[in-house]
Design a binder for this molecule. Structure first.
Ligand code: SF4
Length: 69
């Protein structure tokens, strides 16, 4: 299994914090309430939570990527 990643089209975030409500550690918010990261490597064991966070975004700007290395 390859390294999973989350990619976020941060510029399109509308700041409704749905991702943060699912996983506040994975999806931190900035001081204005918008998602504060453009993506990250998903730590082993965090895959399910990261997927749930991605699904929670109504703007569909969070993508779960899994490399098949
Ligand atoms: S759920 Fe989507 S739109 Fe809402 S704060 Fe997170 S990234 Fe932004």
């Amino acid at each position: 299994m390859g390294q999973a990643r989350i990619r976020i089209e941060k510029a399109q975030c509308v700041g409704n914090a749905r991702c943060h409500a699912v996983a506040e550690v994975l999806f931190p918010l900035d001081e204005d309430g918008y998602v504060a990261t453009e993506g990250f490597d998903v730590a082993p064991g965090d895959e399910a939570l990261a997927r749930r966070g991605a699904r929670s975004c109504p703007e569909r700007i969070i993508t779960f990527l899994e490399e098949t290395a």
